[in-house]
Write a protein that binds this ligand. Structure first.
Ligand code: EPZ
Length: 420
């Protein structure tokens, strides 16, 4: 089980290329089930979660090849409509096969996803939407079994904005009979990109980019190719790392528009930000200033950047308040940051971060993907050696992060470790 050994204090300088968006890929891959044939998904990142989704699709009969940065999926012979527990428990996004299986085949048997490191992750909104579209749903031995002769268009109005439930409903509705309206649809760029991909497959979707989508069901879709959008959370993580260490770094293959909630707050924190068409350059010479953030749905400050922001604010010149509104309890990174000397108090869904002069290196434990990213940011500025254990969490969502950081001047090594 690998760990990262980081010696803090180096400023980051140079250029880093941002990889394709994990959370777009994890929706695009199941979407290919909706048509028989070969889809080529370019700019697909090499991540553990992509491997897990590939394994799931292969078990369903999909041919998977990953030449270079393009993923080739051949869905000509789907032989199974089941997503087994051993894969769904590893990655909640496996639940994304529900919509396309129901849409194309009228049947799906998908393991109920468990919770995750920071608590329950319900799927009630997904199931209610499928029932609205005419599916019968039963829970059998921990599996969701969904059946429908043919889905029927309906009005699906979500009480709360859900990325996954919007994606599943979109993928179910495109082959339904009649018109579906999704009200209070998620606006995240990954969902917008999924909708554009479905249109390229022959789907008829109006309102893309808004929270009100209208889908005219069609009888059949055809394979299509795609070029993935950049990963805005990987980009935000690198921006936060540079803001913490100081220095000057240009992110290439980025999408500045997707990063506005992050870059505006980094400017308030004392960073200089220069954007171009597909690049963002960040530098910080002056003091790091405290900035409050409250997570929100897109285009607000992303919940997937909350842990990294707390790590950044740990050495700001003053106190800041970080409020998490998307998940009830996403603070597993805080006790580990406190081991590095951070001064953080948690009260319900709010973290009060009092900036300290210096963090001090220590052994810390990754608990989930973004928590491990925050520990790396903290390790880059902590005095001495920080060892981040269980980096398999980080490999789920960041492509060779230690290689990219070393190229920018960080002292970080991946080491094989018996410890876990
Ligand atoms: C997606 O998860 C992302 N994952 C998450 O990123 C991200 O944190 C989340 O959206 C919020 O932006 C992928 O895209 C693969 P939701 P998802 O449904 O779809 C509640 C990462 O680090 N809810 O938008 O599961 C839910 O509990 C990962 O890359 C219900 O109550 O998130 C949460 O409080 C972590 N019932 C809120 O809605 C449901 O049926 C938003 O969740 C579904 C969700």
């Amino acid at each position: 089980m690998d760990k990262f050994v980081i010696r803090g204090g180096n400023r980051l300088n140079g250029t880093v290329e941002i990889s394709g968006a994990k959370n777009a890929t994890l929706a695009l891959m199941p979407a290919t089930i909706l048509a028989g044939g070969v889809c080529r998904l370019a700019n697909t990142p090499r991540l553990r979660d992509v491997t897990t989704m590939s394994t799931l699709l292969e078990r369903m009969g999909v041919g998977v090849k990953h030449p270079g940065m393009t993923l080739e999926l051949d869905t000509t012979h789907i032989t199974s409509m089941e997503a087994p527990y051993d894969l769904v428990k590893k990655m909640r996004a496996s639940f994304y096969v529900l919509g396309p299986l129901l849409g194309r085949f009228g049947f799906a048997r998908v393991s109920y996803p468990g919770g995750c490191a920071w608590g329950p992750r319900p799927v009630d909104l997904h199931l209610k939407a499928m029932q609205k579209l005419g599916a019968s749903i039963s829970i059998e031995e921990g599996y969701v079994v969904a059946r429908a002769k043919r889905l029927r268009g309906a009005v699906v109005s979500f009480d709360i904005s859900s990325v996954g439930a919007t994606g599943n409903t979109l993928m179910a509705a495109v082959l339904a009979h009649g018109t579906t309206v999704i009200a209070n649809a998620a606006l995240e760029p990954e969902i917008t990109h999924l909708a554009h991909f479905l249109v390229r497959m022959g789907a008829r979707i109006e309102g893309i980019g808004t929270n009100h989508l209208t889908i005219e069901g069609v009888d059949e879709l055809h394979p299509a190719d795609d070029h993935n959008i950049p990963d805005r959370i990987e980009a935000g993580t690198f921006l936060t790392a540079v803001a913490a260490t100081g220095g000057k770094v240009t992110l290439t293959n980025a999408c500045p528009e997707h990063l506005e909630a992050i870059t505006t707050r980094l400017q308030e924190a004392g960073c200089d930000i220069v954007v171009d068409v597909d690049s963002v350059t960040i530098s910080r010479e002056g003091p790091l200033l405290p900035v409050d953030v409250t997570t929100a749905i897109y285009p607000g400050f992303p919940t997937d950047m909350q842990a990294q922001w707390i790590a950044l604010m740990a050495t700001a010149e003053g106190a800041s308040v970080v409020t998490e509104t998307i998940y009830p309890d996403r603070f597993n990174h805080v006790p580990e940051l406190q081991r590095l000397g951070a001064s953080i108090d948690i009260s319900r869904n709010t973290a009060i971060v009092r900036g300290v002069k210096q963090l001090t290196g220590a052994k810390v434990m990754s608990t989930d993907l973004r928590a491990s990213a925050s520990l790396i940011v903290a390790g880059l500025i902590a005095r001495g050696k920080t060892e981040v254990l269980r980096v398999y969490h980080i490999d789920r969502g960041y492509e060779s992060i230690e290689v990219k950081l070393r190229r920018l001047g960080a002292d970080i090594q991946r080491v094989d470790s018996e410890e876990y």
